[in-house]
Design a protein around this ligand. Structure first.
Ligand SMILES: Nc1ncnc2c1ncn2[C@@H]1O[C@H](COP(=O)(O)OP(=O)(O)OP(=O)(O)O)[C@@H](O)[C@H]1O
Length: 463
């Protein structure tokens, strides 16, 4: 069906197609719109294009578009004659000041009555920092809110995807704040049980008697104060998933009761004598080694085997340096959307401290650090002064031993940060600049200053 009324063409010629196109593209002020002829010469250049590239229409009209936008990075500058249309292609056109800007390119070619390429209309929308952080271009992954570029985390996600379909019990091991609950929720969401409840309990947070009544419920009069019957989590999670966080802290007497539910899908509420049957999938998590706990006699061996049918390990954040960068920018992007401050760069000394930090509270701590920076700091650059005191006090020489043991380099300065960024990204300048918290132009300048050659030294590095 046509998108316009039969009167549109008449109206268009009365107003003037040129004026209509100009006004229309003004309405799209989030990016640049331009038209080219069959030879790639610019025929139309919107106000948004002037703003984005710092080039007036007067300076650009009639010039080859590839030259105007500095398409020299081995990318096909056009490709439209063959493809006909392009959607959300990532390109890096050049601004008047020489800086490159990452954009999404959407374009449509026109063909004349003989099928000959007759030019095209293009729309370039600059990519937001938060989109880069979300890893839309790089090989990162967002899976039910879990952001990562770390190979071990990606492997964990793969396992979760595969076991979600099954009924297997999963044991997630990781330090506090590494995302164990997030992963458990993802597993539930991916499973056939996703329309039934997902309930969670921290086994370390309650006294043994309260924990028992929370898990299994109690009948009226079961103990002093049990004024009415209470349905436990196992009953309420029927058909769904129960997440037992810090399962290693479960008292031995409750371990026996949990084992029975796992083996027989049945239990008796506190003070009751009727056996209740339930269908609940268990996902357990711990920061301890259950094997060690078993050896020490604190955890039942039979229960350990029941729980760790599929073990999943989440590494601490200090061992996932690519994720520090990714999660920082993701968190910054969220604050940029809602706060009064807009951060688009991180000062190199601040970035160095963030990357060198041992993150004992893992991702939860990182989120809080960004919140702190937005609460106390001002301006577009996140500086060292915006970070909590522990970041400002730590000298590179005083980096915790755990990190040194984990094989982390300590930085001596900006040059080291640039080298590390190139090393870890295999010489990809765009990704390396993002890793170092610098704009591409600044990264380029500093790389030159320290005479670091990305091609000779780092391309093909396995990062
Ligand atoms: N990879 C990730 N991507 C995005 N957000 C994450 C990631 N990992 C953790 N988070 C966020 O960090 C916070 C802590 O995560 P979560 O509660 O899942 O950790 P945990 O290991 O269960 O912690 P604890 O053992 O202390 O309960 C949450 O806000 C969570 O959304």
């Amino acid at each position: 069906m046509s998108q316009s009324s039969p009167f549109f063409n008449r109206w268009l010629s009365r107003i003037g197609p040129d004026q209509v196109l100009t006004i229309l593209t003004d309405l799209l002020d989030a990016g640049a719109v331009f038209a080219v002829d069959a030879g790639g010469k610019v025929l139309f250049w919107s106000k948004g294009a002037e703003k984005l590239f710092g080039l007036t229409a007067e300076a650009v009209l009639g010039k080859p578009c590839a030259e105007t936008l500095g398409c020299e990075e081995g990318q096909d500058p056009c490709g439209l004659a063959e493809l006909g249309s392009i959607k959300a292609q990532i390109v890096n056109p050049k601004r008047a000041n020489g800086e490159r800007v990452t954009c999404y390119r959407t374009a449509r070619a026109f063909f004349d009555a003989n099928g000959e390429f007759a030019g095209a209309l293009e729309f370039l929308r600059p990519q937001a920092a938060s989109e880069t952080a979300l890893g839309i271009r790089e090989n990162s992954e967002s899976f039910h809110g879990i952001l990562t570029r770390d190979p071990i985390m990606l492997e964990a996600i793969k396992i979760i995807r595969n076991v979600a379909e099954t009924e297997a019990t999963v044991l997630i091991r990781g330090e506090s704040g590494t995302g164990k609950e997030l992963v458990a929720r993802a597993l539930h969401q991916e499973s056939p049980r996703h329309q039934r409840p997902f309930l969670a309990i921290n086994c370390a947070a309650l006294s043994p008697s309260l924990l028992e009544s929370e898990l299994f419920g109690h009948v009226k009069g079961a103990f002093t104060g049990a004024l009415r019957q209470h349905d436990g989590l196992f009953q309420r999670a029927h058909g769904g998933t129960l997440f037992l966080d810090e399962v290693a802290e479960l008292p031995l007497e409750l371990q026996a009761k949990l084992l029975r539910v796992l083996q027989e899908q049945s239990f008796t509420p506190v003070g009751g004598d009727a056996i209740l049957n339930v269908d609940v999938r268990i996902i357990a998590a711990t920061h301890r080694s259950l094997r060690e706990e078993t050896k020490a006699g604190r955890f039942r061996e039979d229960l350990m085997y029941r729980l760790r049918v599929v073990p999943v390990f989440l590494p601490p954040l200090r061992e996932r340096r690519l994720d520090v960068n990714l999660l920082l920018w993701h968190s910054i992007g969220l604050h940029n959307l809602h706060g009064r401050r807009h951060v688009d760069s991180i000062a190199p000394d601040a970035m160095r401290r963030l990357l060198d930090y041992s993150w004992p509270g893992n991702v939860r701590e990182l989120i809080n650090v960004v919140e702190y920076a937005f609460a106390v700091g001002r301006g577009n650059e996140l500086s060292l002064d915006d970070l909590p005191p522990e970041f400002r006090e730590v000298k590179p020489a005083a980096i915790p031993e755990t990190q040194a043991a984990a094989g982390h380099k300590t930085f001596r300065g900006e040059a080291d940060l640039i080298r590390e960024a190139l090393q870890i990204t295999g010489g990809n300048l765009e990704a390396a600049a993002s890793y170092a918290g610098m704009s591409r132009a600044t990264f380029w300048r500093k790389r030159k200053k320290y005479n670091i050659d990305p091609v000779a030294d780092f391309s093909g590095a396995d990062g």
